[in-house]
Write a protein that binds this ligand. Structure first.
Ligand SMILES: NC(=O)c1ccc[n+]([C@@H]2O[C@H](COP(=O)([O-])OP(=O)(O)OC[C@H]3O[C@@H](n4cnc5c(N)ncnc54)[C@H](O)[C@@H]3O)[C@@H](O)[C@H]2O)c1
Length: 258
């Protein structure tokens, strides 16, 4: 069998890095695509893959990344930023534009070029990183949340469009995960993962904060043949954060107020 090839954007750090390692263990040759060169090179070397400097907001970067990969089996469009923060009436329009460019236009460009090379081969799995912020209010900054709702819409629309080409498109929805992105906000230092972990309430289900490795199994499943019948859907890897957040006592059968 010929080698299977996967691209992971945002692959130098956090969820992307954990998934690049997992896909490599699954037998894929992995292209780590990121704007962070040092960390990207180091990871690619560790997993026997290749680093390709890529800004997903730039079409020429995404186009040449995909061309470099050759026959492509999996594209994990994972790069993202929190971007514009703060109250809506003070939104910095330039920061909002950049957030939309990376998270939404970047994902669109990844889908466009992944499908371009997958269609002639009549196969492929595209996975996009969405967010609980794109599903419910109050868990993410507003521009970020809008971009993640946008990528969920893209996944559904493009999945329907390319189903007849034999290409699947799904999203993974991570819950709160300890990473540089969350540490930058919670600890004001992207490297301070321990403070971020303490700041994140442990999940009631797993009794600890979410880690990037918690997302790798979901991505591995969507990448592989076991998910052959699954397209256009969202896989919530969030310990119930989005769809089962309730802790009401009456939901557990305790009806009296003690
Ligand atoms: N951490 C969480 O709680 C959480 C929850 C839901 C969704 N997500 C999503 O998961 C994805 C990964 O985030 P993470 O938590 O691993 O954060 P992270 O900061 O550790 O990793 C993000 C990576 O994306 C790269 N990146 C940023 N802009 C880029 C660009 N223009 N082109 C290419 N690469 C770029 C960064 O350099 C970094 O390596 C993001 O899409 C994020 O929105 C994260």
């Amino acid at each position: 069998m010929s080698e299977r090839v996967a691209i992971v954007t945002g692959g130098a750090s956090g969820i992307g890095a954990a998934c690049a390692q997992r896909l490599s263990r699954d037998g894929f040759r992995v292209l780590v695509a990121d704007v962070q060169e040092e960390a990207g090179h180091a990871l690619a070397e560790r997993i026997g893959g290749e680093f390709v400097r890529t800004d997903v907001a730039r079409e020429e970067d995404v186009e040449s990344l995909v061309n470099r990969a050759g026959p492509l089996d999996v594209f994990f469009a994972n790069a993202g930023i929190f971007g514009a923060l703060g109250p809506i009436e003070q939104t910095d329009t330039a920061e909002a534009d950049r957030t939309i460019a990376v998270n939404l236009r970047g994902t669109l460009l990844c889908l466009k070029h992944a499908v371009r090379v997958m269609r002639p081969r009549a196969s492929g799995s595209i996975i996009v990183t969405a967010s609980p912020g794109g599903v419910v209010g109050g868990v993410g900054p507003h521009v970020y949340s809008a971009t993640k709702a946008g990528v969920a819409g893209l996944v559904r629309a493009v999945a329907a469009e390319v189903r007849d080409y034999g290409i699947r498109v799904n999203s993974v929805v991570p819950g709160a995960i300890v990473s540089a992105m969350t540490a930058a906000v919670l600890a004001e230092d992207p490297a301070d993962l321990e403070t971020a972990a303490r700041a994140m309430a442990p999940s009631p289900l797993v009794g600890r904060p979410g880690r990037p490795s918690d997302i790798a199994g979901a991505v591995s499943f969507l990448a592989g043949a076991d998910s052959a019948f699954i397209t256009g859907t969202e896989l919530f890897a969030d310990a119930g954060y989005t769809n089962a957040p309730g802790q009401a006592s009456f939901a557990k059968g305790k009806f009296a107020a003690h």
